[in-house]
Design a protein around this ligand. Structure first.
Ligand code: PLP
Length: 355
Protein backbone atom coordinates (compact mmCIF):
# COMPACT_ATOMS: atom_id res chain seq x y z
CA UNK A 1 0.00 0.00 0.00
CA UNK A 2 1.39 3.39 -1.03
CA UNK A 3 0.33 6.73 0.50
CA UNK A 4 1.29 9.48 -1.92
CA UNK A 5 2.14 12.72 -0.06
CA UNK A 6 4.06 14.18 -3.02
CA UNK A 7 3.85 17.96 -3.37
CA UNK A 8 3.42 17.91 -7.16
CA UNK A 9 3.12 16.15 -9.47
CA UNK A 10 1.02 14.40 -6.92
CA UNK A 11 -1.79 12.01 -6.17
CA UNK A 12 -4.60 11.62 -8.70
CA UNK A 13 -7.92 9.81 -8.23
CA UNK A 14 -7.58 6.13 -9.20
CA UNK A 15 -10.52 6.39 -11.57
CA UNK A 16 -8.72 9.19 -13.41
CA UNK A 17 -5.52 7.31 -14.15
CA UNK A 18 -7.46 4.16 -14.98
CA UNK A 19 -9.52 6.09 -17.54
CA UNK A 20 -6.38 7.83 -18.81
CA UNK A 21 -4.68 4.44 -19.22
CA UNK A 22 -7.68 3.20 -21.19
CA UNK A 23 -7.55 6.29 -23.41
CA UNK A 24 -3.87 5.63 -24.10
CA UNK A 25 -4.86 2.21 -25.44
CA UNK A 26 -7.99 3.37 -27.27
CA UNK A 27 -9.55 6.81 -27.01
CA UNK A 28 -13.35 6.51 -26.86
CA UNK A 29 -13.46 3.62 -29.34
CA UNK A 30 -11.70 5.61 -32.08
CA UNK A 31 -9.00 2.96 -32.49
CA UNK A 32 -6.48 5.74 -31.79
CA UNK A 33 -4.51 6.39 -28.64
CA UNK A 34 -5.14 9.80 -27.02
CA UNK A 35 -1.40 10.26 -27.60
CA UNK A 36 -2.02 10.03 -31.36
CA UNK A 37 -5.06 12.27 -31.50
CA UNK A 38 -4.87 15.48 -33.57
CA UNK A 39 -5.73 18.57 -31.56
CA UNK A 40 -7.88 19.94 -34.41
CA UNK A 41 -10.18 16.91 -34.33
CA UNK A 42 -13.74 17.14 -33.05
CA UNK A 43 -12.73 14.50 -30.46
CA UNK A 44 -10.17 16.74 -28.82
CA UNK A 45 -12.31 19.87 -29.23
CA UNK A 46 -14.95 18.07 -27.15
CA UNK A 47 -12.33 17.37 -24.44
CA UNK A 48 -11.21 21.00 -24.34
CA UNK A 49 -14.79 22.28 -24.32
CA UNK A 50 -15.74 19.98 -21.46
CA UNK A 51 -12.64 20.92 -19.44
CA UNK A 52 -13.40 24.64 -19.85
CA UNK A 53 -17.09 24.15 -19.02
CA UNK A 54 -16.22 22.14 -15.90
CA UNK A 55 -13.86 24.86 -14.64
CA UNK A 56 -16.58 27.48 -15.15
CA UNK A 57 -19.15 25.33 -13.37
CA UNK A 58 -16.97 24.21 -10.44
CA UNK A 59 -15.65 27.72 -9.82
CA UNK A 60 -19.04 29.33 -10.58
CA UNK A 61 -17.40 31.88 -12.84
CA UNK A 62 -19.28 34.85 -14.19
CA UNK A 63 -19.53 35.71 -17.89
CA UNK A 64 -16.50 38.04 -17.80
CA UNK A 65 -14.12 35.22 -17.01
CA UNK A 66 -12.13 33.41 -19.69
CA UNK A 67 -10.66 29.97 -19.00
CA UNK A 68 -7.37 29.01 -20.64
CA UNK A 69 -5.19 25.91 -20.60
CA UNK A 70 -1.66 27.05 -21.39
CA UNK A 71 1.86 25.67 -21.53
CA UNK A 72 4.80 26.61 -19.43
CA UNK A 73 3.55 25.85 -15.95
CA UNK A 74 2.82 28.38 -13.26
CA UNK A 75 6.37 29.70 -13.64
CA UNK A 76 5.47 31.13 -17.06
CA UNK A 77 2.68 33.10 -15.40
CA UNK A 78 5.27 34.81 -13.19
CA UNK A 79 6.26 36.83 -16.29
CA UNK A 80 3.17 36.47 -18.51
CA UNK A 81 1.01 38.22 -15.89
CA UNK A 82 3.10 41.42 -15.65
CA UNK A 83 3.93 41.29 -19.38
CA UNK A 84 0.19 41.57 -20.14
CA UNK A 85 -1.12 43.50 -17.17
CA UNK A 86 1.64 45.79 -15.93
CA UNK A 87 2.20 48.62 -18.42
CA UNK A 88 5.61 50.28 -18.47
CA UNK A 89 5.89 52.96 -15.79
CA UNK A 90 3.00 51.52 -13.76
CA UNK A 91 3.10 49.74 -10.44
CA UNK A 92 1.89 46.36 -9.17
CA UNK A 93 1.72 45.24 -5.54
CA UNK A 94 3.06 41.84 -4.47
CA UNK A 95 2.97 40.01 -1.16
CA UNK A 96 6.21 38.15 -0.44
CA UNK A 97 5.19 34.95 1.34
CA UNK A 98 7.47 32.25 0.08
CA UNK A 99 9.75 30.80 -2.51
CA UNK A 100 7.26 30.92 -5.38
CA UNK A 101 5.99 34.43 -4.61
CA UNK A 102 9.59 35.65 -4.51
CA UNK A 103 10.11 34.33 -8.02
CA UNK A 104 6.93 36.08 -9.19
CA UNK A 105 8.22 39.37 -7.74
CA UNK A 106 11.58 38.98 -9.46
CA UNK A 107 9.91 38.52 -12.85
CA UNK A 108 7.45 41.39 -12.35
CA UNK A 109 10.35 43.76 -11.71
CA UNK A 110 11.46 43.17 -15.32
CA UNK A 111 8.33 44.98 -16.56
CA UNK A 112 7.38 47.73 -14.12
CA UNK A 113 7.51 48.98 -10.54
CA UNK A 114 6.76 46.56 -7.75
CA UNK A 115 5.45 47.51 -4.32
CA UNK A 116 6.40 44.66 -1.99
CA UNK A 117 3.54 44.80 0.50
CA UNK A 118 5.09 42.78 3.23
CA UNK A 119 7.42 39.85 3.60
CA UNK A 120 7.63 36.96 6.01
CA UNK A 121 11.23 36.27 5.02
CA UNK A 122 12.33 37.41 8.49
CA UNK A 123 10.83 34.20 9.91
CA UNK A 124 11.57 31.83 7.07
CA UNK A 125 8.15 32.44 5.53
CA UNK A 126 6.33 30.71 8.39
CA UNK A 127 3.49 33.25 8.52
CA UNK A 128 1.42 35.50 6.26
CA UNK A 129 1.98 39.24 6.82
CA UNK A 130 -1.24 41.16 7.39
CA UNK A 131 -0.23 44.66 8.30
CA UNK A 132 0.07 46.47 4.99
CA UNK A 133 -1.73 48.85 2.66
CA UNK A 134 -1.94 48.34 -1.06
CA UNK A 135 -1.14 51.56 -2.93
CA UNK A 136 -4.33 52.73 -4.65
CA UNK A 137 -2.46 53.35 -7.91
CA UNK A 138 -1.23 49.75 -8.17
CA UNK A 139 -2.71 48.09 -11.28
CA UNK A 140 -3.09 44.78 -9.47
CA UNK A 141 -2.23 43.04 -6.21
CA UNK A 142 -0.56 39.63 -6.48
CA UNK A 143 -0.67 36.95 -3.81
CA UNK A 144 0.12 33.26 -3.55
CA UNK A 145 -2.97 31.75 -1.94
CA UNK A 146 -1.09 28.69 -0.76
CA UNK A 147 2.65 28.47 -0.23
CA UNK A 148 3.45 24.90 -1.18
CA UNK A 149 7.00 24.84 0.11
CA UNK A 150 6.53 26.60 3.45
CA UNK A 151 3.02 25.33 4.26
CA UNK A 152 1.18 28.64 4.74
CA UNK A 153 -2.17 29.60 3.25
CA UNK A 154 -4.03 32.87 2.85
CA UNK A 155 -7.26 32.66 4.80
CA UNK A 156 -8.12 36.31 4.14
CA UNK A 157 -7.60 38.46 1.09
CA UNK A 158 -5.79 41.81 1.03
CA UNK A 159 -8.17 44.63 1.89
CA UNK A 160 -8.08 46.56 -1.37
CA UNK A 161 -10.16 47.66 -4.35
CA UNK A 162 -7.21 46.92 -6.64
CA UNK A 163 -7.81 43.76 -8.77
CA UNK A 164 -6.46 40.66 -7.06
CA UNK A 165 -4.29 38.14 -8.83
CA UNK A 166 -3.47 34.83 -7.22
CA UNK A 167 -1.12 31.99 -7.87
CA UNK A 168 -3.45 29.18 -6.73
CA UNK A 169 -1.24 26.35 -7.94
CA UNK A 170 -1.47 24.35 -4.73
CA UNK A 171 -4.96 25.05 -3.41
CA UNK A 172 -7.20 25.68 -6.39
CA UNK A 173 -10.55 23.84 -6.24
CA UNK A 174 -9.84 22.76 -2.65
CA UNK A 175 -12.05 25.26 -0.80
CA UNK A 176 -15.08 27.39 -1.59
CA UNK A 177 -14.05 30.89 -2.60
CA UNK A 178 -15.56 33.74 -4.50
CA UNK A 179 -13.35 33.17 -7.54
CA UNK A 180 -15.05 36.10 -9.29
CA UNK A 181 -13.32 38.37 -6.78
CA UNK A 182 -10.08 37.83 -8.74
CA UNK A 183 -8.91 39.62 -11.88
CA UNK A 184 -6.71 36.66 -12.74
CA UNK A 185 -6.02 33.25 -11.22
CA UNK A 186 -3.37 30.83 -12.39
CA UNK A 187 -2.41 27.34 -11.31
CA UNK A 188 -0.10 24.62 -12.51
CA UNK A 189 -2.32 21.57 -13.05
CA UNK A 190 -0.11 19.02 -11.34
CA UNK A 191 -1.68 19.19 -7.87
CA UNK A 192 -5.47 19.64 -7.81
CA UNK A 193 -6.37 19.88 -11.49
CA UNK A 194 -4.70 16.97 -13.26
CA UNK A 195 -1.42 16.02 -14.87
CA UNK A 196 1.78 18.05 -15.22
CA UNK A 197 2.32 19.89 -18.49
CA UNK A 198 -0.50 22.39 -18.45
CA UNK A 199 -1.47 25.48 -16.56
CA UNK A 200 -4.95 26.82 -15.86
CA UNK A 201 -5.50 30.58 -16.24
CA UNK A 202 -8.80 32.26 -15.39
CA UNK A 203 -8.75 35.87 -16.49
CA UNK A 204 -11.30 38.63 -16.35
CA UNK A 205 -11.68 40.15 -19.84
CA UNK A 206 -11.75 43.63 -18.28
CA UNK A 207 -8.11 43.17 -17.23
CA UNK A 208 -6.92 42.94 -20.82
CA UNK A 209 -6.09 45.51 -23.49
CA UNK A 210 -4.72 48.27 -21.23
CA UNK A 211 -1.13 47.78 -22.29
CA UNK A 212 0.49 48.83 -25.57
CA UNK A 213 3.58 46.64 -25.17
CA UNK A 214 4.38 44.64 -28.35
CA UNK A 215 3.74 41.00 -27.61
CA UNK A 216 4.64 37.76 -29.32
CA UNK A 217 1.28 35.97 -29.78
CA UNK A 218 2.26 33.13 -27.44
CA UNK A 219 2.55 35.61 -24.55
CA UNK A 220 -0.67 37.47 -25.31
CA UNK A 221 -3.71 36.24 -23.35
CA UNK A 222 -6.04 37.78 -25.95
CA UNK A 223 -4.55 35.58 -28.67
CA UNK A 224 -5.01 32.48 -26.54
CA UNK A 225 -8.62 33.45 -25.82
CA UNK A 226 -9.31 34.08 -29.51
CA UNK A 227 -7.89 30.66 -30.34
CA UNK A 228 -9.57 28.68 -27.56
CA UNK A 229 -6.23 27.69 -25.93
CA UNK A 230 -5.13 26.25 -29.28
CA UNK A 231 -2.93 29.01 -30.66
CA UNK A 232 -0.39 26.23 -31.10
CA UNK A 233 -0.47 22.51 -30.27
CA UNK A 234 -1.88 22.16 -26.76
CA UNK A 235 -0.65 19.46 -24.36
CA UNK A 236 -3.42 17.11 -25.45
CA UNK A 237 -2.90 14.34 -22.92
CA UNK A 238 -2.43 16.72 -19.98
CA UNK A 239 -5.65 18.57 -20.87
CA UNK A 240 -7.44 15.23 -21.12
CA UNK A 241 -6.28 14.21 -17.62
CA UNK A 242 -7.45 17.61 -16.32
CA UNK A 243 -10.86 17.03 -17.86
CA UNK A 244 -11.11 13.61 -16.20
CA UNK A 245 -10.05 15.03 -12.82
CA UNK A 246 -12.53 17.91 -13.10
CA UNK A 247 -15.26 15.39 -13.97
CA UNK A 248 -14.29 13.35 -10.91
CA UNK A 249 -14.53 16.44 -8.69
CA UNK A 250 -17.95 17.30 -10.11
CA UNK A 251 -19.17 13.75 -9.49
CA UNK A 252 -17.86 13.97 -5.91
CA UNK A 253 -20.17 16.95 -5.39
CA UNK A 254 -17.76 19.72 -6.38
CA UNK A 255 -15.77 22.04 -4.13
CA UNK A 256 -18.55 22.13 -1.51
CA UNK A 257 -18.11 18.38 -1.01
CA UNK A 258 -14.31 18.24 -1.09
CA UNK A 259 -13.71 21.17 1.28
CA UNK A 260 -14.91 19.43 4.50
CA UNK A 261 -12.85 16.36 3.58
CA UNK A 262 -9.77 18.55 3.12
CA UNK A 263 -10.51 20.23 6.45
CA UNK A 264 -10.88 16.86 8.19
CA UNK A 265 -7.56 15.59 6.81
CA UNK A 266 -5.72 18.75 7.86
CA UNK A 267 -7.35 18.80 11.32
CA UNK A 268 -6.32 15.22 11.94
CA UNK A 269 -2.70 15.85 11.04
CA UNK A 270 -2.31 19.21 12.80
CA UNK A 271 -3.95 17.83 15.95
CA UNK A 272 -1.34 15.06 15.99
CA UNK A 273 1.47 17.57 15.40
CA UNK A 274 0.22 19.71 18.30
CA UNK A 275 -0.31 16.70 20.58
CA UNK A 276 2.96 14.82 20.05
CA UNK A 277 5.97 16.74 21.39
CA UNK A 278 8.51 14.94 19.19
CA UNK A 279 7.05 16.82 16.22
CA UNK A 280 7.16 20.60 15.86
CA UNK A 281 4.89 22.27 13.29
CA UNK A 282 6.72 25.23 11.78
CA UNK A 283 3.87 27.53 10.70
CA UNK A 284 1.87 30.09 12.71
CA UNK A 285 -1.41 28.38 13.66
CA UNK A 286 -3.69 30.90 11.97
CA UNK A 287 -1.79 30.64 8.68
CA UNK A 288 -1.54 26.87 8.37
CA UNK A 289 -2.20 25.35 4.98
CA UNK A 290 -4.88 22.72 4.53
CA UNK A 291 -2.93 21.37 1.57
CA UNK A 292 0.70 21.20 2.75
CA UNK A 293 1.56 20.60 6.41
CA UNK A 294 5.19 21.24 7.35
CA UNK A 295 7.00 20.17 10.51
CA UNK A 296 10.42 19.42 11.93
CA UNK A 297 11.45 17.05 14.74
CA UNK A 298 12.22 18.40 18.15
CA UNK A 299 15.31 16.20 18.12
CA UNK A 300 16.74 16.58 14.60
CA UNK A 301 18.76 13.39 14.97
CA UNK A 302 15.48 11.43 14.83
CA UNK A 303 14.53 12.77 11.41
CA UNK A 304 16.39 10.11 9.40
CA UNK A 305 14.80 7.37 11.48
CA UNK A 306 11.29 8.76 11.09
CA UNK A 307 11.81 9.11 7.35
CA UNK A 308 13.00 5.53 7.19
CA UNK A 309 9.86 4.34 8.98
CA UNK A 310 7.66 6.41 6.65
CA UNK A 311 9.32 4.73 3.69
CA UNK A 312 8.78 1.29 5.22
CA UNK A 313 5.07 2.04 5.64
CA UNK A 314 4.71 3.26 2.05
CA UNK A 315 4.54 6.98 2.87
CA UNK A 316 5.89 8.64 -0.27
CA UNK A 317 7.03 12.26 -0.69
CA UNK A 318 7.06 13.15 2.98
CA UNK A 319 10.53 14.73 3.07
CA UNK A 320 10.44 18.53 3.39
CA UNK A 321 11.55 20.85 0.60
CA UNK A 322 15.33 21.27 0.53
CA UNK A 323 15.00 24.96 1.45
CA UNK A 324 13.00 24.19 4.63
CA UNK A 325 14.10 20.72 5.77
CA UNK A 326 12.05 18.49 8.05
CA UNK A 327 8.85 17.04 6.64
CA UNK A 328 5.95 18.03 4.46
CA UNK A 329 2.72 16.14 3.91
CA UNK A 330 0.76 17.32 0.89
CA UNK A 331 -2.92 16.45 1.14
CA UNK A 332 -4.50 17.49 -2.14
CA UNK A 333 -8.09 16.77 -3.17
CA UNK A 334 -7.41 13.23 -4.36
CA UNK A 335 -5.79 12.12 -1.08
CA UNK A 336 -8.11 9.89 0.94
CA UNK A 337 -8.60 10.48 4.66
CA UNK A 338 -7.29 6.94 5.22
CA UNK A 339 -3.78 7.96 4.08
CA UNK A 340 -3.66 10.77 6.65
CA UNK A 341 -4.99 8.35 9.28
CA UNK A 342 -2.17 5.94 8.41
CA UNK A 343 0.40 8.74 8.75
CA UNK A 344 -1.00 9.87 12.10
CA UNK A 345 -0.95 6.28 13.36
CA UNK A 346 2.70 5.98 12.41
CA UNK A 347 3.49 9.31 14.10
CA UNK A 348 1.78 8.18 17.29
CA UNK A 349 3.69 4.93 17.30
CA UNK A 350 6.95 6.77 16.66
CA UNK A 351 6.23 9.29 19.42
CA UNK A 352 5.54 6.44 21.84
CA UNK A 353 8.80 4.67 21.11
CA UNK A 354 11.00 7.75 20.83
CA UNK A 355 9.23 10.39 22.93
C1 PLP B 1 2.54 27.87 -5.52
C2 PLP B 1 3.36 27.45 -6.71
N1 PLP B 1 3.59 28.34 -7.68
C3 PLP B 1 4.31 28.02 -8.76
C4 PLP B 1 4.86 26.76 -8.91
C5 PLP B 1 5.66 26.45 -10.14
O1 PLP B 1 4.92 25.64 -10.97
P1 PLP B 1 5.51 25.05 -12.32
O2 PLP B 1 6.52 24.05 -11.93
O3 PLP B 1 4.29 24.47 -12.97
O4 PLP B 1 6.07 26.17 -13.10
C6 PLP B 1 4.63 25.79 -7.93
C7 PLP B 1 5.18 24.44 -8.08
O5 PLP B 1 5.08 23.59 -7.26
C8 PLP B 1 3.86 26.15 -6.79
O6 PLP B 1 3.63 25.28 -5.82
Amino acid sequence: MVHNFNSGPSILPKVVYEQAAQAIADFNGTGLSILELGHRTSHFQAVMDEAVALVKELMQLDANKEVLFLHGGASTQFFQVPFNLLPQGKKAAYLDCGMWGTKAIKDAKLYGDVQVLGSSKDKNYTYIPNNYTVDADAVYCHITSNNTVEGTQQHEWPDTQVPLISDMSSDILSRQLDFNRFGLIYAGAQKNIGAAGVNLVVVDKNMLGHNDRSMPPMLDYRQHIANGSMLNTPPVFAVYVCMLTLRWLKEMGGIAAIEPINQAKADLLYQALDRLPVFTPTVAKEDRSLMNAVWIMEDATLEALFLEQCKKEGMIGIKGHRSVGGFRASMYNAMPLSSVQALVQLMEHFAHTHG
